[in-house]
Design a protein around this ligand. Structure first.
Ligand code: NDP
Length: 294
């Protein structure tokens, strides 16, 4: 069997197309274009490129973005004040506020993220939004988790009654995704197992999965012998490894070539979950603009 490829770029393009029309309608009702503030701290090349791609995507659908950068030594309180100022619209109206992670190690990330008001929290990391999600009444859902669920629904991959195994328990990906898959309704109603670095017999758990998601950040973690024939394998991991040509290339957590021969569906890296994450960010920004009108 060769798995069907789940093309995140194609799906993200379709989502963007729908968003463009909705954004324009809401722009008219707001009297301005929806606006996303992006806070970029430090000099990590990967963070810079993620921010650039999010801003380009925002532009494509008609969402304005404001980039606020801090380089050099930055203290937690300085960033908290910066986010507070954005929330008070000191740099013009902003509907959504995103703090690009990771922040430098000396900064208290939780304190900075908690400063984002829950109704502008387009990343869905604020405890209020995490709480709403865990109670089954989501508002802002963390973008990658929402993107994975959307991908499963779009591909017609049944989740109800199926066994989903999520490897990774971060607040950003693994845990919210496990909540979504075990929640009620479309893309949910699955029986979910969460695995992490302390799980014994990871391969045993993985082999029982109808839907196997890896959100770890370890190349080669998921091998073909860990995959049930016909399973849907969703690779969230992004890892930079040395390439044969002497440069570097991006890979996921899944041994793609071998797993592809066993799985029923598989996501590529790049071009799988990543584009969906950005599309869901745009969707959350539109929702934040809508909340302003309520
Ligand atoms: P974290 O480092 O926060 O979490 C990683 C999780 O993996 C932890 O729960 C950890 O367990 C678990 N883990 C580590 N080693 C193992 C192991 N050997 N076996 C089983 N579980 C293990 O990462 P994130 O959740 O933020 O991101 C995960 C990956 O997804 C990264 O590669 C990241 O780059 C990528 N990513 C991709 C996105 C996309 O758009 N495609 C968006 C966001 C992230 P423990 O809790 O015990 O430490």
């Amino acid at each position: 069997m060769t798995a069907a490829l789940l093309d995140g770029r194609l799906l993200a393009a379709r989502i963007e197309e729908n968003l463009r029309a909705e954004v324009s309608t809401f722009g008219e009702m707001l009297g301005r274009r929806p606006r996303l503030a992006v806070v970029l701290v430090g000099d990590l090349a990967a963070s810079g490129s993620y921010v650039a791609s999010k801003r380009r995507a925002a532009e494509r659908v008609g969402i304005d973005s404001l980039l606020v950068e801090r380089h050099g030594l930055v203290e937690t309180n300085e960033l908290v004040e910066l986010v507070d100022g954005l929330a008070r619209d000191e740099q013009g109206p902003v509907d959504g506020i995103l703090v690009q992670l990771p922040l430098p190690p000396r900064v208290d990330t939780v304190a900075v993220l908690d400063a984002v008001p829950p109704d502008r929290d387009v990343d869905g990391f604020h405890p209020v939004n995490a709480g709403l999600l865990s109670q089954g009444r989501p508002r802002f859902i963390p973008c990658t988790a929402a993107g994975v669920q959307r991908m499963l629904i779009d591909a017609g991959i049944e989740t109800a009654g199926r066994h989903a195994v999520v490897i990774g328990r971060s607040d950003i990906v693994g845990r919210p995704l496990a909540l979504l898959l075990s929640g009620r309704g479309a893309g949910g109603d699955a029986t979910v197992t969460i695995c992490h670095s302390r799980s014994a017999d990871l391969a045993e758990h993985a082999r029982r999965a109808d839907i196997l998601v890896s959100a770890v950040g370890q190349p080669g973690l998921v091998t073909a012998d860990m995959v049930k024939p016909g399973a849907a394998v969703i690779d969230v991991g992004i890892n930079r490894v040395a390439s044969a040509s002497g440069g570097s290339r991006l890979v996921g957590d899944v041994d793609f070539d071998a797993v592809r021969e066993v799985a029923g569906w598989i996501t590529p890296v790049p071009g799988g979950v990543g584009p969906l994450t950005v599309a869901m960010l745009l969707s959350n920004t539109l929702l934040a603009a809508e909340l302003r009108l309520r």
